[in-house]
Design a protein around this ligand. Structure first.
Ligand code: GUN
Ligand code: FE
Length: 454
């Protein structure tokens, strides 16, 4: 009977639907050699006790201690890995100036592979320690350093989706930080795709190349068209920034007399495997196009407070069937934690609902129906991210990967305020969402392997 790689026993929280969580109290989780959840067994099931009898006392049996819980690993749909080096700084000016003053000069340094290794090693470890088991990364324009990031994800056990960034327009980008020309940008992207697909063959948890035009303002029409062709040829993921701020949205309208969504679509860049960051200014037609093409949205709530000039209306986008997940947007968002982004998603949505200008009458101040609950924000960080990537991740459910974080609510240095032995488990869940700090995350597992412990 000893057929599973691991047997875990404990209480888990996972999304049942965008609005509801499922609480699996004291269940058994049977993990096979591929790192998948093969079977979930409830305490009342007939094979619960026989399984326990077989595995208890062996090295592959893991029982959570009192006060510990399983959560699905987080799926961060939008991270600029190089920008980790400036996280927490440089948030004082608008997007366009921020890019030119701080961000392009920083990213240009990733031609130096030693520097890239220091930053990339640290950002991947930091995200894992914060419970992020899958991350969709922008690297930089440099092919070698981008490949190094994919290798670091592969070695550290994180499921990494990595893009070599394309910025091929000499008019729009600094001379020391752009692709040499459009043919080079496309050739480097193609070589990068092939190299990451090769790396994926020996990577259990998966590593994926992502076609990555930074955003329309950085790219030529030929570059965008060529990238759409490569995405179709190699059936890759695609990522970019879409209708993020007044300036970025207006730039594309001026250039094409249409919104980002239709411009990207015309270049073949909206596909089922596309994830577009921000998308604050989508109109109804744009949202319909996202739904039709299967394009997902990476909602980046912390970053949006600095650069997006608005709060994204998540609820109406979701109700039209568009997949939405959460992104940290390091370093436009300062925090590597999706717990922090879950909290901000709820807070920002409440401010959108009620409005923020006290000199207006209450009835004119906000946008009714905008609020997200903490349960919905958790869904975005987990199952919503998994659906956005069309991967079996983000849920603790049979036939999903064993990507989990083990949360300790009783850690002496970071105890959660749980004073009742029989605290309602939904209240425990909410306290975890709002109050967990990185030290409460005791272990992180990806595809059945432990990749972090403290
Ligand atoms: N638009 C183009 N590049 C970037 C970036 O690095 N961060 C954000 N937030 N928006 C962008
Ligand atoms: Fe971004």
């Amino acid at each position: 009977m000893n057929q599973y790689m691991h047997l875990f026993q404990g209480t888990a929280f996972s999304s049942k639907s965008p609005k509801e969580i499922q609480i699996l109290e004291d269940y058994l989780f049977c993990i096979n050699t591929d790192g998948m959840i093969e079977k979930i067994v409830a305490p009342e099931d007939a094979n619960y006790q026989p399984l326990l009898d077989t595995y208890q006392g062996t090295n592959n049996f893991h029982r959570l201690a009192e006060g510990q819980y399983f959560l699905p690993g987080f799926v961060d749909l939008h991270v600029h890995a190089p920008q980790w080096a400036q996280s927490g700084t440089a948030l004082d000016i608008p997007l366009y100036d921020w890019l030119n003053t701080y961000t392009f000069p920083l990213e240009s340094k990733f031609s130096d592979l030693d520097f890239a290794k220091r930053v990339y090693d640290d950002v991947v470890s930091t995200l894992l320690a914060n419970g992020t088991t899958t991350a969709l990364y922008f690297a930089t324009v440099h092919k070698e350093a981008s490949l190094l990031l994919a290798e670091i994800c592969a070695n550290k056990g994180q499921r990494g989706l990595v893009g070599k960034v394309v910025m091929d327009d000499p008019e729009q980008n600094p001379e020391n930080y752009r692709d040499a020309d459009t043919p080079t940008a496309l050739a480097d992207t193609e070589e990068f795709i092939i190299a990451v697909q090769e790396l994926a063959k020996s990577t259990k948890q998966g590593v994926y190349p992502v076609v990555t035009p930074r955003f329309i303002p950085s790219c030529t029409d030929e570059g965008l068209k060529g990238l759409g062709t490569l995405a179709a040829k190699y059936d890759t993921y695609v990522q970019s920034h879409c209708s993020e701020s007044d300036w970025a949205h207006g730039y594309v309208q001026d250039r094409y007399d249409k919104n980002d969504a239709f411009a990207l679509y015309d270049f073949g860049l909206l596909r089922d495997k596309s994830v577009m960051a921000h998308c604050n200014f989508l109109d109804d037609h744009d949202v319909d196009l996202f739904a039709q093409t299967g394009t997902a949205i990476a909602h980046c709530p912390i970053s949006n407070t600095y650069f997006a000039n608005s709060v994204i209306p998540v609820a109406p986008f979701h109700s039209k069937g568009v997949d939405i997940g959460l992104g940290s947007d390091l370093s436009g968002g300062f925090s590597p934690s999706l717990f922090d982004n879950i909290r901000q998603a709820v807070i920002s949505s409440r401010m959108l609902e009620d409005g923020v200008n006290p000199s207006l009458p209450a009835k004119d101040r906000g946008v009714p129906g905008s609020r997200l609950t903490i349960h919905e924000a958790f869904y975005l960080a987990t199952a919503g991210g998994g659906e956005s990537l069309s991967l079996p991740i983000g849920r603790i459910q049979e036939n999903y990967t064993w990507d989990v974080q083990i949360i300790d609510t009783k850690l002496p240095s970071a105890k959660l305020p749980i004073f009742n032995e029989n605290e309602d488990l939904d209240d425990v869940f909410q306290k975890i969402m709002y109050l967990v700090r990185p030290e409460n995350i005791r272990e992180v597992w990806v595809q059945g392997d432990k990749v972090h412990s403290r």
